[in-house]
Design a protein around this ligand. Structure first.
Ligand code: CO
Length: 179
């Protein structure tokens, strides 16, 4: 029977990733594991490791996006929680049968190559919930996206650029471990 495995991440919307890192990275000592430009969501995201799960910082890159509207209406605040499941299709079908409103009625490829689907807050007592299923191609997609962002980050903030470079270094290290 397909099941929910754990909370994968909790996401916070911020207007400035670098100043958010002053608390999450510098204050709490969390390590930035990857930074990614997500054109589909008109945002840049930074993930910080909290052990078996992550904290996601989301910064809108386009003033007209849903994320930007959320930030304007509620200020910097918690945005969504993400649950890892072992069969996302099963959960989508089950919720549709129950009349639960979904934002994605098909799984889409989200940050880091994750297979994800969002559930509408109307059906979740106001909490935006993301479902996630691990895929085999995640590491490859993450690397390609991090490289694309590294190219852009040269003209962007220094903290973002160094986080991306750190991520690429770690990825290379973990890759060589497999040899
Ligand atoms: Co998320």
């Amino acid at each position: 029977m397909p099941s929910v495995k754990r909370i994968d991440h909790v996401a916070v919307v911020v207007d400035d990733i670098e100043s958010a890192l002053e608390f999450w990275r510098d204050g709490l000592g969390l390590e930035v594991t990857h930074v990614e430009d997500v054109p589909d969501m008109q945002s840049i995201v930074a993930f910080l490791s909290t052990g078996d799960s992550e904290l996601e910082l989301v910064k809108p890159t386009d003033e007209d996006s849903g994320i930007a509207r959320f930030l304007k209406e509620r200020g910097t605040s918690m945005h969504h929680i993400c649950l890892e499941v072992d069969n996302i299709e099963h959960f989508i079908q089950r919720m549709q049968t129950l009349g639960i409103r979904l934002i994605n009625s098909e799984p889409v490829v989200g940050t880091g190559g994750k297979l994800i689907a969002f559930i509408h807050p109307e059906s979740t007592q106001g909490v935006l919930v993301e479902l996630y299923e691990l895929t085999g191609q995640e590491p490859e997609i993450r690397l390609a996206r991090a490289r694309a962002l590294a190219d852009r980050a040269i003209s962007g903030g220094k903290a973002v650029a160094s986080a991306v470079l750190g991520f690429l270094r770690r990825l290379r290290r973990s890759g060589s471990d497999d040899d």
